[in-house]
Design a protein around this ligand. Structure first.
Ligand code: CTP
Length: 379
């Protein structure tokens, strides 16, 4: 679930060999890593080495991926991040001036994803005003830079220009990809989808919940490092769901009820299939247990999150539910979110803090919810 497409651009500096460790680590973390090398970089480390650790052909002047008619565009199209490590003074100068004279600089210019640069060079070259102006230009255009370290340099001198520890780069990459594990060590129970209440031996009372929000929450919670239990409510009636949640509740830190839980069930479930001969058929419904309210009464420090799907007066109704159910946080959605891949949302917490999210893919809404939970839990 962590896997993202990352382009690692390698330019020709003595620190090139250290980028092998970076690529290897990113690959082992589950990312899809595409290495792009300049000709000079290929003189320091053979492309075969990068090919072996990334398990993908390296893209260089001599080799472009697949049969793509415009390789530098195809290369960066669905990339989540472009990392340039090490970035030499020469390539930095080219990029700062928008030059595109090889596969690396061309694809860098074409990439629309976030970009991270790891300059590494001789201390005098790094301190040179021209290099500093170029780096500032790159910062101003939205690139993120990791400052080189100070210490012993390959040219035999001391100074600032050393390639940093790969773990420093990985931490920055995680941050840029939103993979910082803010919920590591937390157990989170998530319900999604809609419950199904039996009416007779074959028919059920169901709803249109697709379960997409629940699954997006599970993915975002895992990305944040949490230990996740996901319950698909469509496999249960309300009582069954209550029993399933109860199996896990005592051991979790957070319960997120994204499931659309039936508010009513049939007062009597016919043990046989109801015949279709009658002109009118009345089924008496009776209220189900409010699961969030029930678990709020059982809690021993668990953080409780509810959802509210409203046609009108979104905020007011959500606020009421937050209080009535004894929740820490409620996510209010408009009915239009049902079944869609996108959703707007208002996050309301028990302290009265309100955050309104614009229309976003559900995974992004889920990530924002995890950020809120993490911030609240860590005080
Ligand atoms: N919920 C629950 N137990 C129920 C019904 C709902 O725990 N029997 C939870 C849902 O999982 C959701 C929140 O409560 O997190 C929704 O609250 P609910 O009062 O059912 O509101 P809606 O169904 O959204 O709206 P309404 O009350 O207007 O039907």
């Amino acid at each position: 679930m962590r896997g993202k497409k990352i382009i690692v651009g390698v330019t020709g500096g003595i620190a090139c060999y250290k980028a092998v460790g970076l690529v290897s680590f990113l690959k082992k973390s589950g990312h899809d890593v595409q290495v792009v090398m300049t000709e000079n970089a290929a003189r320091f480390v053979a492309p075969l080495t990068f090919r072996a650790v990334s398990r993908r052909p390296v893209c260089s002047e001599a080799f472009a991926p697949g049969d793509a008619p415009v390789p530098h565009i195809a290369l960066v199209e669905d990339a989540a991040l472009f990392v340039l490590a090490p970035a030499t003074a020469n390539t930095i100068a080219k990029l700062a001036n928008g030059l595109a004279d090889n596969i690396l600089t061309t694809s860098f210019l074409a990439a629309q994803c976030p970009k991270l640069l790891v300059p590494a060079m001789n201390a005098n070259m790094y301190a040179n005003k021209l290099t500093q102006i170029n780096l500032q230009k790159l910062r101003d255009s939205g690139c993120v830079l990791i400052e080189p370290e100070t210490g012993y340099l390959a040219c035999g001198t001391q100074g600032t220009g050393r390639y940093p520890d790969n773990q420093v780069i990985v931490r920055k990459i995680d941050e840029l990809l939103g993979l910082t594990e803010k919920l590591r060590g937390k157990k989170i129970l998530i319900t999604g989808g809609g419950t199904r209440e039996p009416l007779d031996s074959v028919r059920v009372l169901a709803n249109n919940s697709s379960g997409k929000m629940g699954l997006a929450l599970a993915e975002a919670a895992e990305q944040a490092g949490a230990d996740v239990v996901y319950i698909d409510a469509s496999a249960y009636d309300v009582q069954g769901l209550q029993e399933k949640i109860a199996e896990h509740f005592a051991a979790v830190d957070v319960l997120i009820m994204a499931a659309a839980v039936a508010d009513y069930r049939a007062a009597r479930v016919s043990p046989v299939k109801i015949k279709s001969g009658q002109e009118r058929l009345t089924i008496e419904l009776t209220k189900t247990a409010d699961l969030l309210k029930y678990f709020a009464g059982q809690r021993k420090g668990q953080y409780l999150v509810g959802f509210a799907l409203e046609s009108t007066a979104l905020r007011e109704n959500a606020e009421k539910k937050l209080k009535e159910k004894g929740l820490d946080l409620i996510v209010a959605n408009a009915v239009s979110a049902l079944g869609s891949n996108e959703s707007t949302a208002i996050l309301l917490d028990k302290h009265g803090k309100i955050e309104t999210l614009e229309l976003l893919p559900k995974i992004k809404v889920a990530e924002k919810i995890m950020e809120r939970i993490a911030a609240d839990m860590h005080g």
